[in-house]
Design a protein around this ligand. Structure first.
Ligand SMILES: [Zn+2]
Length: 279
């Protein structure tokens, strides 16, 4: 799934290419693509796109009267629609501009979870789905994070992936942040304190900024296998920091990757919940 660096760099690319273009038509292609009824998307017709912003893992297409909030989920993409065919493959929704260009939201696979929320401008941040998001990962301070650790007692890796706790980090960055912070992915957040929060904030900045630099160097969003990292999807490879072998705990929908020497004092983690048997 695209996380903060991928979504942010993509928002910047879309702003550079489309800001100033006036919306001619918004067309939902599937019944499930548009999640809101009011306001009507046609309230934005004739208005120029101001900017494509970002909050957490959401893209915000901002027009003067309304903001389109777009979530790409796992396999979604928002790209130039060169063909503008009637039934584009994986097509979810299309924005046509009066200069003849169009942006197409597509989603690979059959899950159909990508979506669009059309919100009154100014209300997007205070309405679902954005209102429930935690603070932006790059904006959170160590003191704030320490307070949130206490308020949300859970495993560190689970906390980092929870968008209500902190926004923008997903499965890949959660693995990388724990490794950079030299903390166990299973560390209980309630015991990390301000010192632990400081290490996590520093690790978030290092990993997100590395990801941003990589994404900004590209013409389009990267494939997940190409993204930089030291532990994610590197099970069995040597840790680039200490040379120990990267290990994993696999769940049905994600994998926790870690280095025992760097993160757990050499201890091999075994999942002691029943989650892996619940498929
Ligand atoms: Zn290591």
């Amino acid at each position: 799934m695209p996380e903060l660096p991928e979504v942010q760099a993509h928002a910047e690319r879309l702003t550079a290419a489309y800001a100033g273009s006036r919306l001619a038509r918004f067309q939902p292609i599937t019944f499930t693509a548009l999640k809101t009824a009011v306001p009507a998307p046609d309230e934005a017709y004739g208005y120029p796109l101001r900017e494509v912003g970002r909050r957490g893992k959401y893209l915000l297409m901002e027009f003067e009267p309304v903001t389109f909030v777009v979530h790409l989920m796992q396999g979604g993409r928002l790209k130039e629609d060169e063909k503008q065919s009637v039934k584009p493959r994986g097509g979810q929704a299309r924005w046509r501009f009066d200069d003849g260009r169009a942006l197409l939201l597509t989603e690979a696979g059959t899950e159909r979870r990508a979506g669009v929320w059309c919100m009154p401008a100014g209300a997007a941040q205070t309405s679902p789905p954005l209102v429930n998001l935690g603070p932006e990962a790059l904006a959170v301070t160590a003191d704030d994070l320490a307070a949130r650790f206490v308020a949300h007692p859970m495993r560190l890796h689970t906390f980092l992936r929870n968008q209500r706790c902190i926004a923008g980090i997903g499965r890949r960055l959660a693995n990388e942040v724990c490794h950079r912070a030299k903390l166990s992915p299973f560390a209980p957040t309630a015991k990390l304190g301000v010192d632990g929060a400081r290490r996590v904030v520093a690790a978030i900045h290092e990993t997100v900024e590395e990801g941003l630099a990589f994404e900004r160097s590209r013409a389009d969003m990267s494939a997940s296998a190409d993204r930089p990292g030291q532990v994610h999807k590197r099970t069995g490879e040597p840790c680039p920091v200490c040379g120990d072998t990267i290990r994993e705990v696999a769940y049905s929908s994600y994998t926790v990757s870690y280095c025992p020497t760097c993160q757990t004092g050499g201890k091999v983690l075994a999942d002691n919940t029943t989650s892996r048997f619940l498929k």
